[in-house]
Write a protein that binds this ligand. Structure first.
Ligand code: GSH
Length: 221
């Protein structure tokens, strides 16, 4: 199985990067330079018509969307998601992944990238403030869930842990206070002790170093 992950440092492509490391998969990483618009070029759009990362190129073809990539990898490698015994259990797993992708991630984007939504400093500050407010109840949900066990699904690590860890990194990096969310903070600390996660973070840091060396690292206010 040949696997190539198209990724940008700090982006949600970190979720499959952590997943691939946890799976012990043999894979290549291709850096996508947002500032050069590489993700909007015809060759990339042919693989990912929405022009986003992550993209996982496989022997079967390109797999896009974090939810689909997580499920695809979990079908190839053990230990990435619980094995659903019923359609209902399967739906719960999809709902968990979709909660991250469809409910929380858009709020992260508003917090981190208000310039995608509006123009002008005042309008951007307003979008960011609203996103901080919208994040609070979502953070509470995640924190409560993580207070029930070591990992999202209790004793077993899963892609959900990678997903909520990426969200934690993004929101605390954007100034959202994690102080009230002690279970989530403890989860993030536990993630950082895992060798596979350390390897993924090191790979992501290499991508960032490449962008910086090329003068292509985005600068945010
Ligand atoms: N629902 C998508 C979200 C992908 C997404 O928004 N990726 C961002 C990075 S976190 C991106 O590629 N942004 C670049 C852009 O929109 O130009 C997924 O889960 O794969």
């Amino acid at each position: 199985m040949s696997l190539t992950l198209y990724a940008a440092p700090g982006a949600c492509s970190r979720v499959p990067m952590m997943t691939l490391e946890e799976a012990g998969a043999d894979y290549d990483v291709k850096l996508v330079r947002f500032m050069k618009g590489e993700h909007k070029r015809p060759d990339y759009l042919a693989m990912h018509p929405a022009g986003k990362v992550p993209l996982l190129m496989t022997n079967d073809g390109p797999v896009t969307q974090n939810v689909a990539i997580a499920r695809y990898l979990a079908a190839q490698f053990d230990g990435l998601l619980p094995k659903a015994a019923t359609a209902f259990e399967d739906a719960q797993i999809t709902a968990d992944l979709a909660f991250c992708a469809d409910t929380v991630h858009p709020v992260v984007t508003r917090m981190r990238m208000p310039m995608f939504m509006v123009e002008g400093d005042e309008a951007m500050a307003s979008v960011r403030a609203k996103a901080m407010d919208a994040m609070a109840p979502l953070a509470q949900l995640i924190n409560t869930r993580l207070g029930k066990g070591n990992w999202w699904y209790g004793d077993a690590w899963s892609v959900m842990d990678a997903y909520v860890y990426w969200i934690w990194f993004r929101i605390t990096g954007a100034g959202f206070s994690g102080a009230e969310f002690s279970h989530w903070a403890a989860h993030a600390a536990a993630m950082e002790l895992r060798p596979a996660i350390q390897r993924a973070l090191a790979k992501d840091a290499e991508l960032q170093a490449t962008l910086e060396a090329e003068g292509l690292a985005p600068k945010f206010k």
